[in-house]
Structure formats: C-alpha cells, structure tokens
Design a protein around this ligand. Structure first.
Ligand SMILES: Cc1cc2nc3c(=O)[nH]c(=O)nc-3n(C[C@H](O)[C@H](O)[C@H](O)COP(=O)(O)OP(=O)(O)OC[C@H]3O[C@@H](n4cnc5c(N)ncnc54)[C@H](O)[C@@H]3O)c2cc1C
Length: 372
C-alpha cells in the first residue's frame, strides 16, 4: 500500500470537524476534498502506469482502496461518498473506455478534476440524440452527489434505439444544477442535488464503452463493495464513540452496556469481514460472474444490517444524549442511516439468495491478494 495512510489518519479529526460544521447548512466539504487531493487520494484509483496507486484499477489494488475508503468514511461519510463516486467513475472508464479516454481522465485528475457517477433518473430521464458529429443531451439526473462541484460527470443516457450508454460530460460553472434535493436529513454535506443536461452538446468521444456496459455483470453489482467500505468507516466511528462516551459517563462496566458494546463490536467486525470478502471477490477474475455479483449483493445487505444494528445499540446505550445535536453521534447516525439507503435492497437479497440456493458461496482466502 503506497498511499499516505498515516497522514489521512492524522487528518480525521479535521474531516470530522468540517462534517459537523457543514451539516447545519448542507455545505460542501471544500477543505476535506482539498485535503484528499493534496494527499493524492483522487489520483489513487488511476493505474500505476498513469501516476496512481492502482486502487480499484490494477490487480491487487482492492485492499488499499478498501483502507482508503474506510478511513475517509470514518472522518466524514459525505466526503467518503464523493470520493467513492469519483473512484467509481474512474473505474468504469478504466474498465470500458479506450486507453485515450483513460489517459485524458488521468490528465484531468492530475490537474484537479473531480469525477462523479450520476445515474439516478427523474421523471425526465436523460436522452442523447446524434446531431452531425456531436450528440445533444436532454433530461435530468437526481441524487447527484457534488451536483455543483463535480467537473466530469459520467452519466447514463438512452439513445433513440433504446440503448443505455455511458458518457462523460465536462461541467463548468454554467451548469443547470441545484445543490439539494428537498433537504435530505443525513449526508447533508455531499452536495447531493439534481442536474439538468438539456441543451448540452458533447463530442462523440464522450461516449464511454458500448451499449449495455453500465448494467453489465458482474461489474454492475460488484462496484457496491466500495460504498460498503465507506459505510464501514462510519460504523467504525460510531463504535468508537459508543465506547468512549460510555467510559466518560462511567457506564461502561454495567453488564447490559457491556452486552451492547459486545454486540456493536460483533456487528462492526461482521461488516469488516463481508466488505473484505466482497473486495477480494470483486477482483477475482477466476470466479463465475454470477458468484461475484451474488456474493457482493449478500455483502451489501450484511453491511446494511450491521450498520442498522450498531445505530440501534448506540441509541439504546447512550439514550437521549445520542439525539442531542451537539453530540457528534447524532449527525453520524443520520449520515449512516441515509447512506445505507442503497437501491433495491429487497431485489438484491432475493436475487442473491436465488443464485446461492443450489450452489455454495466462493471462499477466497482472506489473507491473500486477489488473483489478476
Ligand atoms: C447521500 C446520497 C448520495 C447519492 N449520490 C448519488 C450519485 O452521486 N449518483 C447517483 O446516481 N445516485 C446517487 N444516490 C442515489 C442512490 O444511488 C440510490 O438511487 C438511492 O439511494 C436509492 O434509495 P431508495 O431507498 O430510494 O431505493 P429504492 O430502490 O427505491 O428502494 C426503496 C424501497 O423500495 C423497494 N423497491 C424498489 N423498487 C421497487 C419496485 N419497483 N416496486 C416495489 N418496491 C420497490 C426497495 O426494495 C426498498 O424497500 C445517492 C443517494 C444518497 C442517499
């Protein structure tokens, strides 16, 4: 692992202080993002040959990426979401784009660009129409993290033939975006808003990959492990705060409180083990795609359950003090419970259960680096 993890660890108190400050007005984590940029976190997902650490793009880069996302989530879940979206976009360009597109993305990132992946549709989905040598966009995206700050948005759009394409849209200050969707109660610092692409024209080299690539398995499901890694960071922080606050109120030795501390630690470790397994399985090219997608879908639900269990233990252990705005726990619980709302959880569990009803889960060795 080449990333300066110690420096990131030392920055966590500053990231947390900014998250608390930003929560009030839904402000964007400008200082936190600058910190990540200075440390090289935005370049980390680039392949080593292009000046990155290969986190999520080179074979064996999974454990380093997990550590980066987990630590960032521990400091600020909203910042973690922004970093995760940036990394997701880079990963998709590396996976499906041309080498020229990846080279261009790396030049942009080294120059300070923030990427995002915006796929959630409104009632006015994004369409593209060929217009000479260019493409004309029409429609809107919602729940777009960093709506006012992402400078390269990888979006999905429908062609006149009904195909789904990915395209990378450069955005400047003239974008038609709004920073907040109806006032989210958690993750208020992720700048999650909507963006209207109507009237934007892009060159044909904006198209990334082939029709259907975005939904192609196992990549489509596998990418969810990175969101789990960020959520795991939030779980880590809540478990630390639970123990610290019980100790500072001299309530930690009570047997019922000890039971809850134990249960929270079990949930935290469950989330960590599933996330690690998901990261390894996502990188293992020897596994059948169905095994990869279904394992990561199970992991997603396991991490969601673990996060909800920890929130419940924190609430019962700290009581009303966990609901007081001045207690950092209150915001992190709101952020984590919002972040855990990922798409189609019922379908995710049911599909994975169906896949593994007549076959066993893969068992990667959790101590080895994944096979290329
Ligand atoms: C902080 C934050 C940042 C985000 N950033 C981005 C971003 O940058 N880019 C982006 O594209 N998206 C983003 N999203 C959106 C995110 O990816 C998901 O789309 C969103 O969180 C889905 O949540 P949901 O609970 O509404 O999911 P849903 O899938 O609507 O699930 C809600 C419930 O409905 C059930 N359900 C789902 N489908 C059906 C159906 N057809 N019939 C009946 N029941 C159904 C589910 O099982 C579940 O019980 C963000 C979300 C958050 C919270």
């Amino acid at each position: 692992m080449t990333f300066p993890f110690e420096s990131l660890k030392n920055s966590l108190p500053d990231l947390e202080a900014e998250a608390a400050e930003n929560d009030r007005d839904s402000s964007f984590p400008t200082a936190g993002l600058a910190c990540l940029r200075d440390l090289g976190a935005l370049c980390a997902p680039l392949p080593k040959t292009l000046g990155g650490c290969g986190f999520g793009t080179d074979p064996g880069g999974g454990p380093g990426l997990l550590h980066l996302l987990r630590l960032t989530g521990e400091g600020n879940l909203s910042l973690g979401r922004l970093l995760e979206g940036h990394i997701n976009a880079v990963r998709l360009i590396a996976r499906y784009g041309t080498s020229a597109q990846l080279q261009k993305a790396s030049t942009d990132i080294l120059g300070g660009a923030l990427f995002g992946i915006w796929v959630t549709e409104t009632t006015n989905p994004v369409h593209i129409t060929p217009d000479g040598a260019t493409f004309l966009l029409h429609g809107e995206k919602m729940f777009a993290s960093g709506a006012l700050h992402v400078t390269r948005a990888l979006i999905t759009a429908e062609t006149p033939d009904g195909e789904t394409r990915m395209l990378l849209v450069p955005l400047d200050a003239n974008r038609k975006a709004s920073p907040a969707v109806g006032g989210l109660c958690g993750m208020r610092g992720a700048g999650t808003g909507s963006c209207d692409f109507t009237g934007i024209r892009v060159a044909s080299d904006a198209l990334t990959g082939h029709p259907g690539d975005y939904l192609r398995q196992p990549e489509f499901s596998a990418g969810a492990w990175r969101g789990m890694a960020v959520a795991l960071g939030g779980i880590d922080r809540l478990v630390t705060l639970l123990r610290d606050q019980l100790v500072s109120r001299a309530r930690d030795a009570n047997p019922y409180q000890r039971t809850r501390i134990g249960e929270a630690l079990i949930a935290q470790e469950t989330a960590a083990l599933w996330t690690r397994k998901a990261a390894l399985v996502a990188d293992d090219k020897t596994l059948p795609p169905g095994d990869v997608a279904a394992t990561i879908n199970l992991a997603r639900i396991a991490v969601e359950r673990a996060g909800l269990d920890v929130i419940e233990r924190v609430q019962r252990s700290l009581g009303l003090s966990a609901f007081v705005k001045t207690n950092v726990v209150e915001r992190i619980m709101r952020d984590l419970s919002t972040y855990l709302r990922q798409p189609a959880p019922d379908e995710t569990l049911a599909e994975a259960a169906g896949w593994f009803t007549q076959r066993d889960l893969p068992q990667p060795d959790l101590h080895v680096t994944p096979k290329p």
